[in-house]
Design a protein around this ligand. Structure first.
Ligand code: AMP
Ligand code: MG
Length: 271
């Protein structure tokens, strides 16, 4: 089973997140097999990243979106753990600062887009501007409505400039989310992560689902596809993301550049 194409959202297809099984674990025998494959993928991703960096022609952008506690940080920790920090840059997008708010919504995003040879990771992204912004009416409707087209055009421009974009919606169930938020209250080592908003935002669950569905329907494009990952099982979430990423990077047909010097001559001289 091809995990990447299984979870990829077809462009312009109707999306019903309520019918999606957040508990599903397709394509793998059991947890042990998934952990096994994850560790192989982590190693393979490191090799692919090495070649991407050496090639120095193209870049990769990974976008992570999810409800609170679905595991965006967990994916960064467990899936991207083998990458060379020199070739990887993670940006966590928070509530925009005053300066950021005084520009167009893509200004702060574009500045963090990965340079050639680099893997960029967005922990939250420009999609917040049609998610939290929509749910809480932070700007008038005609403004956020226009953003889907702006986002698609922006991502197309990045792709045309040599960036491969891979977007993930980590889909956690509402009950599982509450369980995880409760653990954060009980575990002193995780208390710092707790925000009251995590609980109050749960009250807007239906609105978020609607907002996510429109994102997935309108912004899963042939050039920048979305993947909806069942995220109730952390091990499955990590496995699925690592499989999609490995396949995406493999499909780039990355090649080490030809040496800039005459290796045979240098071997003769110094070898
Ligand atoms: P966290 O990811 O838990 O550190 O929280 C970051 C917070 O910033 C979340 O509540 C996001 O919804 C919020 N946020 C991120 N981007 C935006 C945005 N463009 N407008 C408003 N809030 C945002
Ligand atoms: Mg949070």
């Amino acid at each position: 089973m091809n995990i990447a194409s299984h979870f990829r959202v077809k462009p312009a297809s109707a999306m019903s997140l309520g019918r999606f099984d957040t508990d599903a674990t397709p394509g793998v025998k059991d947890k042990a097999a998934a952990l096994n494959q994850l560790s192989r993928d982590v190693e393979r991703l490191a090799e692919l990243q090495y070649t991407l960096f050496a090639e120095n022609r193209r870049s990769v952008l990974i976008v992570l979106q999810a409800m609170d506690a679905a595991g965006k940080d967990g994916v960064v920790r467990h899936v991207l753990t083998g990458l060379n920090p020199q070739g990887c840059h993670v940006t966590s997008f928070k509530v925009p600062s005053g300066e950021e708010q005084s520009h167009d919504f893509l200004w702060r995003i574009h500045k963090q887009a990965p340079a050639r040879g680099m893997i960029g990771v967005f922990n939250r992204s420009h999609y917040e501007d049609v998610l939290v912004v929509r749910v809480h009416h932070l700007v008038p409707e005609p403004i956020w409505k226009a953003r889907y087209d702006h986002i698609n055009a922006f991502e197309k421009m990045l792709v045309d400039s040599g960036t491969t974009i891979c977007k993930f919606f980590l889909h956690v169930g509402r009950k599982e989310q509450l369980k995880r938020l409760a653990t954060r209250l009980d575990d002193p080592a995780r208390n710092w992560k707790v925000a009251e908003a995590d609980f109050t935002e749960r009250g807007y669950w239906k609105d978020y689902v609607k907002a996510y569905e429109e994102v997935l329907e309108r912004c899963s494009t042939p050039w920048a596809p979305w993947h909806v990952i069942p995220a109730d099982h952390k091990w499955y979430r990590n496995y699925a993301v690592s499989e999609v990423l490995r396949q995406t990077l493999e499909s780039m047909d990355l090649r080490l550049p030809k040496p800039a010097v005459d290796i045979t001559a240098l071997k003769k001289k110094y070898g």
